[in-house]
Design a protein around this ligand. Structure first.
Ligand code: ADP
Ligand code: PAZ
Length: 307
């Protein structure tokens, strides 16, 4: 990617020096938590890239809280806690959910007094029945496959300080929304929302997800690397989750392995890659921060929006 003029671009070696003096080492317990959900994550990247990001986020939340206070004083209203929302975007399989969980662990580690919650926009996909009714089962993940109105309502309720706001739950295992199952978001200090559509501007809406996010991150990498990560994840799941008889891919995992991998390649080429090119990548330069990854998910460049 040619570096956009409205971003500062840093190599990892430059970025790692930011906020270093004030950073607190991770405890053994937090390292264990990171390793528990993904033992492939580079701890060097955690130290050099993510810890400075967490401290930058802390500065942003302080600034945000001050601004909320100023605004309520101006309006002669009582000050109230407004959740700070971090949006994480990028292609299918680029590592959004891994990054989101990592940030959740790190923010909770450095700021134990803050309540941090995490949500994915997958829960706002239409269910299979509705996708089929609309004839868009092959466009899962495309802007039209999400109930954006419900997502905006959800974010509005969270921001306005409502208790126990319900978010529907999507299951990758079942490949559908789980009826009557919800994640409950209850007045967090920080909400992380990850999903391919967090920076999108759907043409049928006047209010966007980005109107509710206070800091946005785009995870970036070359298309061919992301395809590899998609296929690697698929192969790993074939040996694990797909072995469960209730899994959507159970039958496939027990048929010919080459055939199954070929199917995943076809899904990448016909659904996820076009979605990346048409709908996701064009939103990259709306992000406050772009994290660029190379081989083995190692971070090489970090771009921070100037203005
Ligand atoms: N920093 C990382 N280091 C090593 N592997 C990673 C990292 N981030 C993601 N992965 C792996 O890449 C694949 C896709 O990541 P995931 O977070 O599931 O992507 P997404 O949420 O964008 O679909 C998974 O197999 C995950 O384990
Ligand atoms: C549900 C998703 C749109 C969300 O993607 P993710 O959370 O992996 O970024 C995606 O996993 C998906 O199902 N895409 C459709 C084609 C497929 O990969 O099966």
């Amino acid at each position: 990617m040619a570096n956009p003029i409205n971003y500062y671009t840093f190599k990892k070696d430059e970025w790692k020096n930011f906020y270093h003096t004030k950073s607190v080492p991770l405890t053994k317990e937090s390292l264990k938590q990171i390793k528990a959900f993904n033992d492939q994550i580079s701890l060097q990247d955690v130290k050099d890239v993510y810890i400075p990001i967490v401290h930058l986020l802390d500065l942003c939340t302080q600034n945000f809280n001050e601004w909320q206070k100023t605004k309520t004083q101006f309006l002669d209203k009582e000050n109230r806690k407004v959740p700070f929302i971090i949006g994480i975007s990028g292609s299918v399989a680029v590592g959004k959910s891994t990054t989101a969980r990592l940030l959740e662990v790190l923010l909770s580690h450095f700021f134990p007094e803050k309540k941090v919650q995490l949500i994915t926009t997958d829960g706002f996909l239409y269910n299979t029945k509705e996708l089929e009714r609309r004839g868009i089962m092959q466009q899962k993940g495309f802007p039209e496959s999400y109930d954006m109105k419900a997502l905006i309502n959800f974010l509005n309720e969270v921001k306005s300080g409502q208790h126990n706001v319900k978010a529907p739950v999507y299951s990758h295992e079942v490949y559908d929304i789980i009826p009557n199952r919800y994640d409950i978001i209850d007045r967090p200090d920080i909400l992380i929302i990850e999903g391919i559509n967090t920076l999108q501007l759907p043409s049928n809406q006047q209010i966007y997800v980005s109107d509710f996010t206070d800091f946005s991150i785009y995870i970036d990498a070359a298309d061919d690397l992301i395809e590899k990560w998609y296929l690697d994840r698929f192969k790993k799941l074939m040996d694990t989750a797909f072995q469960n008889p209730s899994n959507h891919y159970y039958e496939l995992a027990h048929s010919n392995r080459d055939k199954a991998v070929q199917m995943a390649k076809d899904v990448w080429q016909s659904i996820n890659l076009p979605n990346l090119k048409e709908n996701i990548k064009p939103t990259r330069t709306r992000a406050d921060l772009i994290i660029h990854k190379g081989e083995e998910h190692r971070i090489d460049n970090i771009l921070l929006r100037k203005y």
